[in-house]
Design a protein around this ligand. Structure first.
Ligand SMILES: Cc1cc2nc3c(=O)[nH]c(=O)nc-3n(C[C@H](O)[C@H](O)[C@H](O)COP(=O)(O)OP(=O)(O)OC[C@H]3O[C@@H](n4cnc5c(N)ncnc54)[C@H](O)[C@@H]3O)c2cc1C
Length: 384
C-alpha cells in the first residue's frame, strides 16, 4: 500500500486548482500529494469552455499569464436574448472561451511544472474512510491517504458512493455540438456570444447558447468555430422534461447553420444548493462534485474557486491535525465563491419556477436591461 498525505481524485479544473493552490501555499506539498486521473491529458471533455472573470482572476492570482498562451476567443458582449428582446451585458472581457481539452491540459502542465505528480489513466474504483485515513483503490494499487479531495466531477465516484440512497440529486442536463465558423464571422471581431432563453416558452428551464471558439488545428494554428448547446437546469422537477435534442435543433435552425463538425453529445451537471453536503471527515468535495451554478451551468470558475478553499482547509487540517473538515461548508458559504453560488442558486430557483410565463420573462428582461445600463462596467481584466 502506498501512503500519501493528500490524494486528489480527478485532474479537471477543481483538482488542478486544489493542487496549484497547495503548491502556491507551500512548494513542499509537491511530495505530499498525488492526483489520480482516469484519463490522460489532453482528454476529451464536453464543455462550452467559457471562463468568466471570476475564474480568470483566480488563474492570474496563481501566477499564470493572462491571456493564457492557448487558443481562445474573447467575449466582451454577452447577449441575453428572450424573443426579440436583448440585454447586452458588457465587460472587458465578460468571459473567454477555451477548448476544454487544451485548457485542462495546460493547467495540468502548469501543475506538473510546479512539482505536482499526476497519475493518468488510473481511475479510482473504490474508497473507504476510517477514523485515521482513507483507502483509495485503483486498478493498479491501493493508496492510504490522510485526506482525500473528490474533484471527480458530476458523475464522480465519491459523491455518488457517499450519498447513495440520499437526497434529490440536483442535476442539470446539457447538450452541445461544434460548427465550423467562417473566419469573418462578426462574433470574433465584435466579441459577442448569445444566451437565448426564448425556448423557456417550451418548458426549457435554461437557455441555448452560441459561443465563438477557437480550436487548435492539426496544422499548428487554430480554426474558428461555433460552440452551440442547450442547458436545462431542471430546478422544477415536477414539470415535464424538456425535449433537449429537439430544442437544440430549433435553436440551431435560427442560427447560421452549415454542417456540424462534431456530433451532439450530452452530459449531466451537478448544481449547488445550500443543502448540498460538501465534506465528510477526511474528505472534501470540490467543483461539480460539490455543486456549481444552477442558473447558467457555469462550473469552471467555481471549480477553480473551490480548489482555493479546499487548499486552505487542507493546509489548516495538517497544521492542527484535525481532519473533521467541520468548518469547510461554512467557509465555502462565507467566501466570495459561496456568495456567488448562493446568488445564482436563488436566482435559478426564482427564475426557472416561472420561466414558462412570458409576462414573467418580460419583467426579468425589463429589470435586467435597466441594471445593465445602471451598473458600472467592470474594469479591463487584461490587455490583448
Ligand atoms: C455541455 C457542457 C457545457 C459546459 N459549458 C461550460 C462553460 O462554458 N463554462 C463553464 O464554466 N462551465 C461549463 N460547463 C460545466 C463545466 O464543464 C464543469 O462545471 C467543470 O468541468 C467542472 O470541473 P471539475 O474539475 O469539477 O470536473 P471535471 O471537469 O468533470 O473533471 C473531473 C475529472 O475527474 C476525472 N475523473 C472522474 N472520475 C474519476 C475517477 N473515478 N478516478 C479518477 N479520475 C476521475 C475526469 O476524467 C475529469 O478529468 C459545461 C458542462 C457541460 C456538460
Amino acid at each position: 500500500m502506498e501512503t500519501i498525505d493528500v490524494l486528489i481524485i480527478g485532474a479537471g479544473p477543481a483538482g488542478l486548482s486544489t493542487a496549484l493552490h497547495l503548491l502556491q501555499k507551500d512548494p513542499s506539498w509537491a511530495g505530499r500529494m498525488l492526483l489520480l486521473e482516469k484519463a490522460a491529458h489532453p482528454r476529451p471533455k464536453l464543455c462550452g469552455g467559457g471562463v468568466t472573470r471570476l475564474g480568470l482572476s483566480i488563474l492570474r492570482d496563481l501566477g499564470l499569464p493572462l491571456p493564457l498562451p492557448i487558443p481562445q476567443a474573447r467575449v466582451d458582449d454577452v447577449r441575453l436574448q428572450y424573443g426579440s428582446r436583448c440585454i447586452h451585458a458588457v465587460g472587458f472581457p465578460q468571459f473567454v472561451v477555451f477548448h476544454r481539452p487544451e485548457l485542462d491540459s495546460y493547467l495540468a502542465d502548469q501543475a506538473r511544472r510546479r512539482g505536482a505528480v499526476i497519475c493518468e489513466n488510473e481511475p479510482v474504483t473504490s474508497f473507504e474512510i476510517d477514523t485515521e485515513g482513507v483507502n483509495v483503490t485503483t486498478h493498479r494499487t491501493t493508496y492510504r491517504a490522510k485526506a482525500v479531495v473528490a474533484a471527480d466531477g458530476s458523475k464522480g465516484i465519491a459523491r455518488v458512493t457517499l450519498e447513495r440512497g440520499g437526497r434529490r440529486r440536483r442535476v442539470a442536463r446539457l447538450l452541445e455540438t461544434f460548427y465550423p465558423a467562417p473566419a469573418d464571422a462578426p462574433h470574433f471581431d465584435e466579441r459577442f456570444a448569445f444566451f437565448d432563453f426564448t425556448l423557456a416558452r417550451q418548458g426549457l428551464q435554461g437557455y441555448c447558447w452560441e459561443f465563438p471558439a477557437r480550436l487548435a488545428s492539426s496544422t499548428g494554428g487554430d480554426q474558428p468555430a461555433f460552440n452551440r448547446g442547450v442547458y436545462d437546469a431542471r430546478v422544477v422537477t415536477s414539470r415535464r422534461r424538456a425535449d433537449l435534442p429537439h430544442l437544440l435543433d430549433i435553436f440551431i435552425q435560427t442560427q447560421r447553420r452549415g454542417a456540424p463538425s462534431a456530433p451532439v453529445e450530452g452530459h449531466p451537471f451537478h448544481w449547488f444548493s445550500p443543502r448540498n453536503r460538501l465534506a465528510w471527515p477526511r474528505l472534501l468535495l470540490v467543483g461539480d462534485a460539490a455543486g456549481s451554478d444552477p442558473l447558467f451551468g457555469e462550473g469552471i470558475a467555481p471549480a477553480l474557486g473551490y480548489g482555493q478553499l479546499a487548499a486552505q482547509a487542507l493546509h489548516a487540517a495538517f497544521k492542527t491535525d484535525d481532519f473533521s473538515f467541520r468548518n469547510y461548508r461554512r467557509q465555502v458559504l462565507a467566501s466570495p465563491l459561496g456568495r456567488f453560488l448562493l446568488l445564482r442558486w436563488a436566482a435559478a430557483e426564482g427564475c426557472y419556477r416561472y420561466s414558462e410565463h412570458a409576462w414573467f420573462m418580460h419583467l426579468v428582461w425589463t429589470v435586467g436591461d435597466a441594471l445593465a445600463h445602471l451598473l458600472p462596467q467592470p474594469p479591463e481584466l487584461y490587455a490583448t
